[in-house]
Design a protein around this ligand. Structure first.
Ligand code: PMP
Length: 476
């Protein structure tokens, strides 16, 4: 075969995630051999822009000198030791830094929405987004039982929400495709509607191509539905053990950006009903939507803050679940009390991961990826994206900070989606790859999520290539 030997090895031996392997094996895969900043290079030396930050993980670019240095320095000491029965310096320093970052003073001042006992107090480490959510789920479940809330706690989650692929995380999620595949393996959760303004059943405004496309007559019907769900559960004598949400943007749902004020409203209702808030900031964490954590931009402090992906700057798999003292206290007692949290992984608190996470956090807080930089990226993206409205098949352009989703439809006036079998999103991304820009679609939503080191020129290229690719696919 004419395939590059590296591509052949892949096809011989690897089973890829979320991939129909019968199709995969028909074409030569792109093999990434190196990266630098926003660029990735393949087996033939072709270069690409990493327009989705390597599936939403990379923050400061590939091979960042300070991140490389953090790992190399620590390698001179050790790479890993167990967190079972042992402590280590980078894990402790990182926990301290995360706790500080996750309790911004403006949330706790005189006018802050939160009181001191809603501070996030402890860090539980795990390996990736799914395990960060799995941890929160088990903690919230035990907490609910121990505090007498319910003997068989139930959870509340948002339609089309996605929280990972382990069985608990899939159960928490509400993605019909994944639930269909694993139905009887999952536990049931209560569902509230997603604030998906573009397809809002209450939005009777005519489709328009401006900010006004969201109805000015919005009466927050989605928030009323949320309140009703909470009330129903209370009436049944079974208040929820927690409600889980992706704050500000629902990623896998198609970069569904919540209208400003939604999170604050529903969080207030949940707080009144004493339902713990589990914030899944696996995608939105570490500045993706602007503030370091998206919840804080809405003035909301969750009871569980789950982070992963960008935590290490996109270098190593590592995650954390931050919890309040109230949750933590439920697990305290003597050895024989049975209150220990029976959960953990071999690589919990990994030393290299913690070292690089510390360096990454520094770049976000005081270095080149600070909020000014993120704001500049946000502006560059929103200015450039305006040109896409001219394409009739661009239905919606959603943006929250450095996160962008462009929803393609048959016709912007009818908002009619494409038949899934046409794989429009996938074909647009293929056409983009041929022009040197890599990203992945979610159905027919094209994602742009550049690393914070992306230059204005690189962002322009991403958008121009996206435009050319849509036009090319639509012409066929
Ligand atoms: N939560 C959210 C919001 C995510 O976007 C993802 C990953 N796309 C996950 C959880 C799962 O993370 P991981 O793939 O690292 O397990």
């Amino acid at each position: 075969s004419m395939m590059h030997p590296l591509a052949q090895k892949d096809i011989q031996h690897i089973w890829h995630p979320f991939t129909q392997m019968e199709e995969w094996c028909k074409e030569e895969p792109v093999v990434i051999t190196s990266g630098q900043g926003t660029m990735l290079r393949d087996q033939y030396g072709r270069s690409y822009l990493d327009a989705n930050a390597s599936i939403w993980t990379n923050l400061h670019g590939h091979r960042h000198p300070l991140l490389n240095q953090a790992i190399v320095r620590h390698l001179g000491k050790i790479s890993h030791s167990s967190a079972l029965g042992l402590a280590n310096e980078p894990a402790s320093l990182l926990a301290e830094a995360l706790i500080r970052a996750a309790n911004p003073s403006r949330l706790f001042g005189k006018r802050g929405a939160s009181c001191a006992n809603s501070k996030l107090k402890k860090v539980f480490y795990s390996d990736d987004g799914s395990t960060a959510l799995e941890t929160a789920l088990k903690m919230a479940y035990e907490h609910a039982r121990r505090s007498g809330v319910s003997g068989k706690p139930r959870f509340l989650s948002v339609k089309n929400g996605y929280h990972g692929d382990t069985v608990g995380a899939v159960s928490l999620g509400q993605v019909p495709l994944f639930h269909r595949a694993f139905g009887s393996l999952l536990f049931g959760t209560d569902k509230v509607m997603s604030p998906y303004c573009y397809r809002c059943p209450f939005n009777r405004a005519r489709p328009e191509r401006s900010e006004a496309r969201f109805s000015r007559r919005c009466q927050w019907e989605c928030v009323d539905g949320f309140e009703q769900k909470l009330e129903q559960a209370c009436k049944r004598g079974r208040p929820h053990a927690g409600w889980v949400v992706e704050p500000v943007v629902q990623g896998v749902a198609g970069m569904v950006v919540q209208p400003q004020g939604w999170l604050q409203r529903v969080a207030r209702l949940a707080r009144q009903a004493s339902i713990p808030l589990i914030a899944d900031e696996v995608m939105t964490g570490f500045g993706r939507t602007g503030p370091l954590f998206a919840s804080h931009g809405e003035g909301v402090q969750p009871d569980f803050l789950c982070v992963a992906k960008g935590m290490t700057g996109g270098y190593l798999p590592m995650a954390a679940t931050l919890v309040t003292d109230t949750i933590y206290q439920s697990f305290l007692g003597s050895h024989s009390s049975g209150k220990t949290f029976y959960h953990g992984h071999s690589y919990t608190g990994n030393q290299l991961g913690a070292s690089v996470s510390l360096a990454s956090l520094k770049l976000l807080q005081q270095g080149e990826s600070n909020w000014l930089r993120r704001k500049a990226i946000t502006r560059n993206l929103s200015a450039g994206l305006q040109s896409l409205w001219a394409i009739p098949q661009v239905g919606d352009i959603r943006q929250a900070g450095t996160v962008v989703g462009v929803e393609l439809v048959q016709n912007w006036q009818t908002r009619k989606p494409w038949d899934a079998s046409l794989r429009i999103g996938a074909r647009v991304c293929q056409a983009m790859a041929a022009r040197g820009v890599l990203t992945r679609p979610i159905g027919d939503v094209i994602v742009l999520m550049p690393p914070y080191c992306a230059t204005p020129d690189q962002i322009d290229t991403m958008i121009t290539v996206l435009q050319q690719a849509i036009v090319e696919v639509m012409a066929r």
